[in-house]
Design a protein around this ligand. Structure first.
Ligand SMILES: [Zn+2]
Length: 335
């Protein structure tokens, strides 16, 4: 059975232990983690560990790329090599790009599922034509009082035997200096409960915002929607990011709320999981449920749906159902 969805939101609290998904790079032998200032549920400023939305967006784009390739969705020359320049790197498309913005946008939407869903700024040919992303991620923010970052001391040892082997191999002295000697470094790891927000405008898949029409047919829109929801599911289940080789994050718990609206123009409601702070882990879900109820009123069938999930397995099950059943609703303005 098809489930029409125009707008879809995820608000969640994830408990992540000993992760390093957000390293900013190093100063000397000290690798920095990212800290941000936020106002907590108590109304006070807090300095907490955070992972930028760019990181999650990048992870989601990678998953979408894999799914698009395996399911045969169209990708432009840039995206088919996961080139960050996307369609701007597609020489053939740039050479025959239509003159009007309206037609150029339709041509882009038809040519590439990645540029359609992830967004792009077309800069080729002196243009500045934006395609706004269908997926939006906020910063993943540690909840004050229940998040902590520590720096850990590591050593890379160089043994005497290794040194003599290096000498024997006649490796240049400069090369020995580069990465073969002994090194000490500090690397951060963070543990805590993090607030995550994500919104997907399924109704905008294939939608030309200038002409207010769809550039692709319903079947193609449905296939892109399926891959998109699946890529978001994989993003939550497999948090790629920095330093996974030795600091694969421990995803200990995941709870939250999924909401979606059908063919109506209503946005899927969302409240930040920062609400309730460290005292009340359920406040944000209660508020979202109340908003959904208020938006629906006495309307039947309900325009807005809200689903709770209490663990990773339940999240995966709910998302699987949506992958199998969801089709992108058509926006009211579309002709
Ligand atoms: Zn592309």
């Amino acid at each position: 059975m098809a489930l029409q969805i125009a707008s879809f939101s995820i608000a969640a609290r994830a408990t992540l232990d000993m992760h390093s998904l957000n390293n900013e790079g190093g100063e000397g032998n000290q690798i920095q983690t990212r800290m941000v200032d936020i106002v907590g549920a108590d109304g006070r400023m807090h300095n907490v560990n955070a992972i930028s939305g760019d990181m999650l967006k990048h992870i989601q784009a990678q998953h979408f790329f894999e799914l698009a390739r395996s399911s045969g969705l169209p990708l432009c020359a840039g995206c088919s090599h996961f080139d960050a320049n996307r369609i701007n790197a597609d020489k053939e498309w740039n050479a025959q790009m239509p003159a009007s913005d309206r037609e150029a946008l339709s041509s882009l939407l038809a040519r590439c599922a990645m540029d359609d869903t992830a967004g792009i700024l077309i800069t080729a040919g002196g243009r500045s034509l934006p395609r706004k992303s269908v997926v939006e991620f906020g910063w993943v923010v540690g909840i004050p009082q229940i998040v902590q970052s520590e720096s850990y001391f590591h050593v890379k040892y160089a043994s005497e035997r290794e040194k003599s082997r290096v000498d024997a191999d006649n490796i240049a002295r400069e090369a020995v200096g580069s990465n073969l000697g002994q090194a000490i470094f500090h690397r951060p790891a963070s543990s805590g409960v993090y607030a995550i927000v994500c919104h997907i405008e399924l109704g905008r898949i294939g939608y030309n915002d200038i002409s207010q029409t769809y550039a692709i047919d319903e079947e193609q829109r449905a296939r892109r929607a399926k891959a998109l929801i699946q890529s978001v599911m994989h993003t939550f289940l497999e948090l790629n990011g920095a330093m996974r080789t030795t600091q694969l994050p421990h995803l200990v718990a995941l709870d939250g709320m999924l909401t979606w609206s059908g063919a109506s123009a209503l946005p899927a409601p969302m409240v930040s999981p920062l609400a309730g702070g460290s005292d009340d882990g359920d406040a944000y879900r209660e508020q979202i449920a109340q908003i959904a109820q208020a938006l629906n009123g006495a309307q039947q069938p309900a325009a807005v749906q809200a689903r709770r999930f209490d663990d990773v397995g339940a999240f995966a099950r709910e998302l699987r159902t949506l992958v199998d059943q969801a089709v992108p609703a058509s926006l009211v303005s579309a002709r």
